[in-house]
Design a binder for this molecule. Structure first.
Ligand SMILES: [Zn+2]
Ligand SMILES: [Zn+2]
Length: 144
């Protein structure tokens, strides 16, 4: 199965028809680690489908999120960010450049499976601070 077929069957398993727009959004999120905003997804998809409307992209994101085909992150206070629903990982938000990074946080994804009788399926961990690139830039400015 190639990547396109794999995405189509992923959507079918979630009960969704694999339309061109849905596949395009999924493909874009599968291949970026930028955790884009809806606006950014729209800009990227429009490059390939110049006639697609902003509303279509926003509706597609909402539907894919609801079906758990993708993950909506609320880490950025200014805008929702989107991620492929791949292996669970923690996220880091840089308060200076506003980039969202995937991070390995061993205690970030607790191996809890049940808490107070609830069955846990997913845990979102958000960390905030200054990213490595901004720290380096700050240091260089200070040293200059
Ligand atoms: Zn930064
Ligand atoms: Zn991520």
């Amino acid at each position: 199965m190639n990547a396109d077929e794999e995405r189509s069957s992923r959507l079918r398993e979630l009960g969704l028809t694999p339309t061109i727009q849905r596949l395009a959004v999924l493909e874009y999120l599968d291949n970026t680690d930028e955790h884009p905003t809806a606006d950014k997804v729209y800009t990227a998809i429009r490059e390939r489908f110049p006639t697609i409307s902003r509303a279509t992209v926003y509706n597609t994101l909402a539907l894919l999120t609801k079906s758990e085909a993708i993950v909506r992150l609320t880490i950025d206070p200014a805008a929702s960010r989107y991620d492929a629903a791949d292996s669970p990982h923690a996220h880091f938000f840089c308060r200076i450049c506003r980039n969202v990074y995937d991070i390995d946080l061993p205690q970030g994804s607790p191996s809890l499976s049940v808490a107070d009788g609830h069955k846990i399926k997913a845990v979102q961990t958000y960390a905030y601070g200054i990213c490595a690139a901004c720290l380096k830039r700050h240091k260089e400015e200070k040293d200059a």
